[in-house]
Design a protein around this ligand. Structure first.
Ligand code: 28F
Length: 634
């Protein structure tokens, strides 16, 4: 045996141990996010088979014992013995780190972000895993424990099926939680189904009686995706613009787009079904083609009169919903989170295709074209007006830190890492909060009732709202193009509103504003929601607080014989400063819910549904989520 062989062997052993020792290096975290990564890793392998054109059905089953099964009807992981290793390919795939590409696996490979670490990582982090392969008329099976083979690869019998089935139970010794959130999985599966036209993906949750079953299959692909996003909005034109093209390297580009009556841009880009959240060459190619095509058309048809009059990139994207999906052999991912496509050839390919096909669409659909161009020219005019308004505001010093709003009760500390601001609904609650706070590090900004609904207004209108100006000035970062996180004055921006429907509305309005105009604050975890209690229960002269109806029941059960009084808080204003401090503001005793953007699409959906102009989807949403609205966690 050569020294080299021994060395290789050791590396492999270390590989699997390394995964168990430092799981976060491979799956990001051992919390819920990491757990879902394990599921995606296995699902993505099935989706890769579909990308290769070899699989049409995928099934995901969440079992009662918290194990998870994924089945596809692809070619089945190869089982032949690999030379030099003396083991079946499937065993190597499950026990070697990054074995995926090593044995000449071709076709599309998912390799972005945290995905594509390889199913061996899932195996290493599973209490047990069973793989079954249906291939060449036979059923193959092998079992593993914590990444190590417990059986040889055995032939169980015969079958006329094809495909791969993996069942695994995440290791509770490593993962903080092993209970998969069905909605999180469903959201992602749905997205994948949109991107893989015609692929049937079934989700079964056996942890419920009777089991919950949902099937996702979209014959329209990304056209259905755009329809879905625009469902809660008012489409500007009937026809969804769609095109598809393939280049010499077999790179497939698909674009679907439709304008709506709103003002926000919702462009989502994907490479091999991975959401490229930082964009990249496909996005920049699309943007420049869109701007060029619209300007050319608008000039040619006399919408733009002056020779040097142009609409800007921002103008042509106002109210645009678009999906750009690229499927390609060797994607290069760049950027901070490896979610930006780097391949330069994709830029020119996308730009050429989009320019040509968009020109065709505009020529062939003159009534849609007129609606679109008119909207864009309105946007350009509004933007010029907004620029003037902003300059005016800037000149007044309102976007800078020079003059803080009069009603802000600022804190003593100027250190953003300890300072926090409570944005409070109403003057009376504001008064209580001012008395309750620790003025060393807690600032209070009382707002007068409802703030402007920014989903329905353009930026100049937004900026002219007094309440919005107060928030901007107090927080210090500026907004939109002027946004700079360096200038943030507080490390925590805490929205404190009543625990009722009105309070939820105000909270959502503030969140919408922050999400649209200071997204980085949300992304970087600066934004929190205070959790005031619903009830105060007094027993033996001592106060206890219930934050949910369940907690109230628990407390009432636990004190069954004793005399008690109960107060239902209808608003923050009903609490005295001491109670407000104890329950909602004191860092030692309060709970805050951090607002995170897990998924820009979901957030966009929620905001459009809650804030948009259409009444019906909004009512449906509120009915569906009425109970959760209190903890709206986007
Ligand atoms: C339940 C999750 O993992 N499905 C998979 C295949 C198919 C092939 C493959 C997978 C070859 C040796 C690298 C078959 N025939 N579902 C899955 N289906 N992996 S994973 O090949 C892996 C490469 O090592 C496959 C021909 N080519 C590829």
């Amino acid at each position: 045996m050569t020294a080299e062989y021994t060395a290789k062997d050791i590396t492999v052993l270390e590989g699997l141990e390394a995964v168990r020792k430092r799981p976060s290096m491979y799956i990001g975290s051992t919390g819920p996010r990491g757990l879902h990564h394990l599921v995606y890793e296995v699902v993505d392998n099935a989706i890769d088979e579909a990308l290769a054109g070899a699989c049409f059905n995928v099934e995901i089953i969440l079992h009662e014992d918290q194990s998870i099964t994924v089945i596809d009807d692809g070619r089945g992981i190869p089982v032949d013995i690999i030379e030099n290793y003396g083991q079946p390919a499937v065993t190597l795939v499950l026990t070697r780190l990054h074995a995926g590409g090593k044995f000449g696996g071709d076709g599309y490979k998912v390799a972005g972000g945290l995905h594509g670490v390889g199913v061996s990582v899932v195996n290493a982090l599973s209490e047990w895993l069973i793989v079954e392969v249906y291939r060449d008329g036979k059923i193959y099976r092998q079992e593993f424990e914590r990444g190590e083979p417990k059986t040889e690869l055995e032939i169980l019998g015969e079958t006329n099926k094809r495909g791969t089935k993996v069942t695994f139970k995440p290791d509770g010794k490593i993962m903080e939680t092993i209970s998969v959130n069905r909605d999180v999985i469903a959201q992602r599966i749905k997205e994948t189904a949109f991107l893989m036209k015609g692929l049937r993906i079934k989700l079964i949750d056996e942890r419920e009686r009777p089991p919950y079953v949902e099937e996702y299959c979209f014959e329209g692909g990304i056209i259905d995706f755009v329809k879905h996003i625009n469902e809660a909005k008012e489409p500007l034109h009937q026809n969804i613009i769609y095109f598809e093209a393939k280049n010499r390297d077999d790179t497939v580009l698909e674009v679907a787009m439709q304008y709506n009556e709103g003002y926000n841009e919702s462009i989502f880009t994907f490479v091999n079904n991975i959401n490229t959240q930082e964009g990249g060459t496909h996005l920049s190619g699309f943007k420049s083609a869109l701007t060029r095509s619209i300007n050319d058309y608008a000039r040619k048809k006399g919408f733009l009169k002056e020779k040097d009059e142009n609409v800007s990139g921002e103008d042509v994207r106002e109210g645009l919903t678009a999906i750009i999906s690229v499927k390609m052999k060797n994607p290069q991912f760049e950027g901070q989170t490896k979610m930006k496509l780097g391949n330069t050839e994709v830029r020119s390919f996308t730009e050429t295709v989009v320019f040509q096909k968009l020109n065709e669409f505009l020529e062939e659909n003159p009534s849609d074209a007129r609606l679109i161009v008119t909207k864009i020219i309105n946007a350009a005019h509004a933007r010029q007006a907004a620029r003037k308004a902003r300059e005016l505001v800037r000149r007044k010093g309102l976007l800078e830190n020079t003059s803080l709003p009069g009603k802000l009760a600022d804190c003593v500390s100027k250190d953003a890492s300890e300072a926090e601001i409570f944005i409070v609904e109403g003057d009376s609650a504001g008064g209580s909060a001012k008395q309750a706070r620790n003025r060393q590090f807690q600032a209070i900004l009382p707002l007068k009732g409802k703030i402007l609904n920014v989903e329905k207004a353009r930026i100049n209108k937004v900026l002219s709202s007094e309440e919005i100006q107060a928030i901007i000035t107090a927080v210090g970062t500026g907004i939109d193009e002027d946004f700079d996180i360096e200038n943030v004055r507080y490390g925590k921006i805490i929205i404190m509103s009543d625990a009722d429907v009105d309070g939820a509305h105000i909270r959502t309005l503030i969140l919408t504003f922050l999400y649209r105009f200071a997204q980085e604050l949300v992304e970087k975890g600066y934004v929190y929601i205070a959790q005031p209690p619903l009830y105060r229960i007094t027993v033996d002269g001592k106060d206890r607080y219930a934050y949910t109806e369940e907690q109230l029941k628990e407390i009432l059960n636990s004190i069954s014989e004793k005399k008690y009084t109960i107060q239902r808080y209808k608003g923050l204003g009903e609490m005295n400063p001491k109670q407000l401090w104890e329950t909602t503001m004191n860092p030692e005793t309060r709970t805050l819910v951090q607002v995170t953007i897990e998924d820009a699409i979901r957030a966009d959906e929620i905001f459009s549904t809650l804030m948009g102009t259409k009444v019906e989807p909004r009512r449906e949403f509120i009915e569906k989520y009425a109970r959760e609205v209190r903890f709206l966690d986007i």
